[in-house]
Design a protein around this ligand. Sequence first.
Ligand code: BGC
Length: 471
Amino acid sequence: MTPRSAATSRVKPDSATSNGGPERQRLVYLATAISALGGMLFGYDIGVISGAILFIKTEFALSSSAEEVVVSAVLLGSLVGAIAGGMIADRLGRRKLSIVTAAVFGVGAIGAALAPGTGWLIAARLLAGTAIGVASFVAPLYISEIAPVAIRGKLVSVNQVALTSGIVISYLVDYAFAGAQAWRWMFALAVIPAAAFGIGLMFIPDSPRWLVGRGRVDEARAVLKRIRSPDQAERELKEIQSGAAQQKGRWSELLSPTLRPAMIVGVGLAIAQQITGINTVIYYAPTIFKFAGLSSASGAILASVGVGVINVAFTLVAMQLIDKVGRRPLLLVSLAGMALGLIVLGLAFALPQLSGSLGWIAVGSLMVYVGAFAVGLGPVFWLMLSEIYPLRIRGRAMSVGTVANWAANLVVALSFLTLTQVLGKPATFWLYGAVTLGSWVFAYLLVPETKGKTLEQIEAHWRDGKPARDL
Ligand code: BGC
């Protein structure tokens, strides 16, 4: 038997997704769904401001710089949450940290809804941002640690589906309350998923991997027996224990030569996910459509909802494919499609003779771009981040990738409009296109395939000092 087939056959018993029995499987699905409410709140909270800000601006008489601060407060908060969350996830555990996060989401929502003035509103949005920063990586982390290996990609991607749905729901809520100018309700409604998230978390188990890492082996066994067949539970427990899980992780380890390839992949993908421009589209879709001549208000709202729906739909496609074709093919197709969308979008702006159909070409190429993001780079980044790090340091390592992601997000959000003024619109989209092609090369050369590997097999691969692509 070759080493590869030995590894595959070792995975096999776990990989049957149903032989834990329907009840055990249901618990895994329930835990995934509850955890993904964190992703939904992430999406809702970043999306809701786009409609709310129109009314806040008038009510609080915001200057344009004050408006920018109100809008970007969540991004700053997310950075703080991502920095602080990693160590807490490793110490306190994924589930308890999520319970605290649910409470912070709730307080942030009520705080924003009741804000008497700008300072209060900014503070509430910073707070909500902190929760977003934590939820963005703890939800994938937890799901990845409870999922059976054969459907780990699918289950972690449920979080990205929830996230993208959260964005669409926020647009629809904004639309529904816009007539009454009821921006406070737009924020307040997030209390419902926040409460469901917090209450739901009380009923799902801790991550068995985290428990082993804390030396709580009996509790880990008990959890595994609730989510796997008895045989599988013992086998998986042994495998987790064999991963030297109980050694204490140290921050300095993140820079060690053994972990360097994993850090490069995680941070590289984190930056690639943002500097290829996805959030300029999420935040500025109406502005981009306006550049292209679709200027009516209802057209702009429809455009945003359309972009959001494509994002959800193609994430669902990714979810079906990710454990079958693997992470790498989806990522490479995704980046190629995004580059194509961006190049055509740039062309649409560069060729004045296209002006009549310019609007439609812009819409079409944006849709191609968003669909391509959703089928690969969107879900694959968060999935891989949750897969590639060793247990003893997983929370902290993920938080580094998450910080890189939010920092890159902030840089892109703050520079997009300036870039369109300095370089012009075509060159701005071509610049994103070039960056996307560069990201394709990065992914092609350095990103490993994690499909079908247990988290412990991935961990052992780094320990053996092998290059990422050989996984
Ligand atoms: C990204 C977010 C983005 C969202 C859009 C996520 O994977 O991290 O920055 O807004 O996808 O779908």
